[in-house]
Design a protein. Sequence first.
Length: 473
Amino acid sequence: MKPHHTHQTHHTLHKKKEGLAAGSLVFVGDGQPETTRIRTHLYSAGSYEMVEGFALPEENQRCWVQISGLSNIMSIVEVAKAFSLSTLSLEDVFSTDQRLKLDNYEQYLAVTLRILPTETTEDQQLSLFLGKHWVLSITEYASEVFLPAIRQLEDTQTKLQGGASSLLFHTLVDRVVDQYLVRADELENETDELEQLVITSPGNTDAPTIHRHKAKILSLRRMTSPLKDILATLIRVEHPFLDKNTKILLSDIQDHALWLAEECEMLRETISSVMEVYLSSLDTKNELHHESSYDYQYHLHSSHLSDRSLWNEFLLHAPCNLQVGLLWYVGMLYACSLRDGILFLEETLVVTSPLAHISLETLTQVFNEAFSNYEVPIHMGAAQLRTHTRILGYSPEDSIGLFDGNSLVGFVLVARKGTTAYDAGTGIIPSYQGNGYAHQLIDATLEHVKQRGVTSFFLEVIDTNERAKKTYT
């Protein structure tokens, strides 16, 4: 079972040290500290022994003193004195809310890390010290995190037994960072699942679930963000206890730390966009759809488009009462007027496809302008729009843009899966709205996706958006 702790806010924890001199040893943590246990791992090439309590190494031996639990301050101080630790280092040990950091002393190196929670323990602080022929680790609770390192020390076939103390130091740091990498992979998988759920079945999740997941990502990001700088300093610093081989190994961990920082940032951006998509779906489906929903499906049979073509031919060649209007014909949009019994056509807007050549910056600018007067105003940054469209399955090759000359003034963003396509967003900038362009844009999109093998096309409109309903019906 995990240790039980009474939750205290950080400002309450810090109040325990208020007014005390620097270096005062006071336990600052949640709840009561766990019972202290001290074990000493004595090793050299071809030999290993673990003893309960504290023992100094003999000549040609190295030692790892492993302390868990912070209840017995005097026992821990006794070990610290044997290794000449400063009172400031010890003060950090008992203040368990430290951020990740590195301190370089003349007789030792001190690194503060955090161990992620396991099935039996909460997340906890790790204080790690490296000196000449010794390593000291102090954790808040007993944990099995370092069992792989102990197994390596027991094995005479590994290099750890005969290596310098810095090699063991690297092994312990590597074990902690491995935890971070595994957690990042787990969070990525969970984020992918939430993405799919929000798109396919948003009713099966909720904002608190997404928020809790975001909190996990931010916790890992906050916990690990200083790691790359710590490792860079360890590699760069000149210290007699860090040999060249260990620095090479630490460089590998630094690569992992850089990946971890990028991964956490990517996950943070992604889950923020997932939340925006989810809230947008709520606005559209729950608040505005009420009891009715307009959900249209176009089955793209040949007759649909051929009828449209016949209608265009009729308008072009047959007498009609049309005085002024818009006409779609062979990929172009024309203004038409009847003067003296003659139908005059003037090219106005060009509908083209695909949108693959349109930059993200241009699409973002037009997207925001098009939705500035929408029923639910939408505004996104370029990164947000990129993530938003990626989640929806946006296909630039299947999407259509409406252009005035070289300027993009409207669009249909198409998401596609197999032979089914979905209108992921249709917009026209305000100065071009109300002229019938949306209808022509939809027709062009239907023709385009049909030619690309789509057999069904879906779209949604907000129940109160009467203008959109007239366009799509």
